[in-house]
Design a protein. Structure first.
Length: 117
């Protein structure tokens, strides 16, 4: 399987480092009852490509990188988008520079290791 990464800011990284597990760090009410953690197979992806608009969070959410150690828990965005609220999917995918084909998600905690500090 392709290597999968989670990119985050230094604040988010601290929470992950403590337990080694990535859980949905920022609940997204726009997605209904489905909490998702976000990943990509592009280790140096830019914020816009990942749909990280920085409207609510001003941190650089690509500053720290974690490699997924449980890839069986990760699935492509395409596999879940149909069960999410349609307007939310449209808004996420329409963000300037967004590359949904680079998005992977998980619905459960995922074991990760830090790659960048």
């Amino acid at each position: 399987m392709t290597e999968i990464f989670h990119l985050t800011c230094r604040h988010g990284a601290g929470k992950i480092i403590a337990g080694g597990l990535l859980v949905n760090p920022h609940p997204q009410p726009v997605l209904g009852d489905m909490p998702l953690a976000w990943f990509t197979h592009v280790p140096n992806a830019r914020n816009q490509a990942l749909g990280l608009t920085s409207h609510t969070l001003k941190c650089d959410r690509t500053e720290r990188r974690f490699r997924v150690l449980e890839p069986e828990k990760i699935f492509r965005w395409n596999e879940i988008r149909a069960v999410l609220p349609r307007q939310s999917v449209i808004a996420l995918e329409a963000a300037h520079g967004a590359r949904p084909e680079w998005w992977w998600v998980a619905q459960e905690p995922v074991l990760v290791e830090q790659v960048t500090r």
